[in-house]
Design a protein around this ligand. Structure first.
Ligand code: GLU
Length: 476
């Protein structure tokens, strides 16, 4: 039964946790230990800007330290508050566990509207916030490693990494104190696209399984499937771009802060993104109908709905009007616990956030490993791999000459086969593998247990079980 009152974000996460925990055989003490947030640090600091001192409030919440460092993004938004940061930190614990990234869960946030400040002011504010966290080891390569989230990007991560390096001049691993950095500041190829890419791999893996598709009333491949995306930020943009350009899906709706675009024939994601960059929103975009009340498009009929903006957008109020067969939660917590119940009763299949958007932290993990090993992935093997492939190709060509025109290697095959994997290819391969394996762990529980009604509960079961095992191994 759906709760009649909308729970807060953290209550929603707890309710979902409880539903899964009720199906497990955990000692009650351990269940409580895993659910609660270990600590939340609140900091208020002043920065002199435009002639006066402005005070900012920031948080870093650590949900679970069963593995260290703990990991999770830092968000810059006016919506940031303790409840939100704690919910997001809890989701990080479950997310890392599900995709086997060896981290505990954490999250940070700063209550700020970044659009109100210029770049130099933002740098001062970010460095000051970072300073407050670094001096308490709430940013540290072996204890707590932030990353980008809503309102932050590579740029802020580079400032944080530099701030840490200035405060730890002899720490050879200082770059591993934060992930999502630009490539020239210790970042990794493919991190910017990673969350969206992970959404694509999640969708591909779902579509590989006949029975799963049948549960959602879907069949066939992603080709031609109607997709509605909410939020064309970093995650939504990359997910929509890859699904439409590489899998043939048709993006029929795009919802943004100033309304939504809808075109049953399909939208050109790249063109919409360019329009948003130059006009600040979707309003005025040609080639599509524009609705000022963007959320109405959430309710349009489609095969796949991808909420990629923020938490709490599908609620008790609108859940029963949702007309999608499959929802892929690219954002964290877009469906409230009450809405989740309603959608499940309606038969909508939900690929849950802790899995669907785990591509970001997965590639963050690769970046952290890269920073600690001080070498780019592929640097040692690439040319060796290429020369071994060259051996085979030369041998085949020798045979080819003997056989005349009977068969020969196509130039396209040769080009592809001869190219050794560089960092980007390896990152994509590692991410694809991670997303496939995590999906299979989830679906096995979903399909094999009658008391597990959905993928979200299955995801919680898999991940809580691993966290519990890790606490038990510590003797707790
Ligand atoms: N902020 C992202 C998330 O919510 C990435 C976290 C990370 O890479 O540590 O998963």
């Amino acid at each position: 039964m759906a709760p009649r009152q909308e729970p807060s974000f953290r209550e929603s996460v707890d309710l979902m946790f409880n539903r899964a925990a009720a199906l497990m055989d955990l000692p009650p003490g351990l269940e409580e230990k895993i659910r609660v947030c270990n600590a939340t640090y609140t900091v208020r600091f002043g920065v002199r800007l435009r002639g006066t001192i402005q005070t900012f409030t920031g948080y870093r919440s650590v949900h679970s330290e069963h593995m260290e460092p703990v990991k999770g993004g830092i968000r810059f938004s006016m919506g940031v508050n303790q409840d939100e940061v704690e919910a997001l930190a809890a989701l990080m614990t479950y997310k890392c566990s599900l995709v086997e990234a060896p981290f505990g869960g954490s999250k940070g946030g700063l209550r700020i509207d970044p659009r109100q400040y210029d770049e130099h002011e933002l740098e001062l504010i970010t460095r000051r916030f970072a300073y407050e966290l670094i001096k308490r080891d709430l940013i540290n390569p072996s204890q707590n490693v932030p990353a980008p989230d809503m309102g932050t990007s590579e740029r802020e991560m580079a400032w944080i990494a530099d701030q840490y390096a200035r405060m730890h001049t002899t720490d050879i691993n200082s770059r591993a104190c934060v992930t999502g950095k630009p490539l020239n500041a210790g970042g990794i190829a493919g991190r910017v696209e990673a969350t969206g890419r992970g959404v694509q791999y999640a969708a591909q893996e779902f579509f590989r399984h006949q029975e799963d598709k049948a549960r959602a009333g879907l069949q066939g491949t992603l080709d031609g499937k109607r997709v509605i995306v909410q939020g064309l930020g970093n995650v939504g943009y990359h997910a929509a771009k890859f699904l439409s350009e590489l899998d043939g899906a048709k993006v029929t709706g795009i919802i943004e802060h100033d309304g939504a675009l809808f075109n049953p024939a399909g939208l050109d994601v790249e063109a919409v993104r360019n329009w948003i960059v130059s006009h600040g929103g979707v309003t005025g975009f040609p080639d599509a109908a524009h609705t000022a009340k963007g959320t109405a498009v959430l309710e349009e009929e489609c095969d796949i709905l991808i909420p990629a903006a923020m938490e709490g957008v599908i609620t008790l109020e609108n859940a029963h009007r949702i007309n999608a067969k499959l929802i892929i939660e690219a954002a964290n917590g877009p469906i409230t616990a009450g809405a989740d119940d309603i959608l499940r009763e309606k038969g909508v299949v939900i690929i849950p956030d802790m899995y669907a958007n785990a591509g970001g932290v997965t590639v963050s993990y690769f970046e952290w490993v890269k920073n600690l090993s001080h070498i780019r992935f592929g640097r040692m093997q690439r040319r060796d791999e290429e020369s071994r492939h060259q051996l085979i190709v030369s041998e085949l060509e020798r045979l080819d000459q003997k056989m005349g025109d009977a068969w020969s290697l196509t130039p396209a095959f040769k080009e592809k086969y001869l190219r050794g994997a560089g960092e980007l290819e390896l990152v994509r391969s590692g991410l694809d593998d991670t997303m496939r394996i995590a999906y299979q762990a989830m679906r096995e529980v979903w399909l094999s247990r009658d008391d597990v009604p959905d993928l979200r509960t299955a995801a919680y079961l898999v991940s809580i079980d691993r966290v519990a095992a890790s606490y038990r191994a510590k003797g707790l």
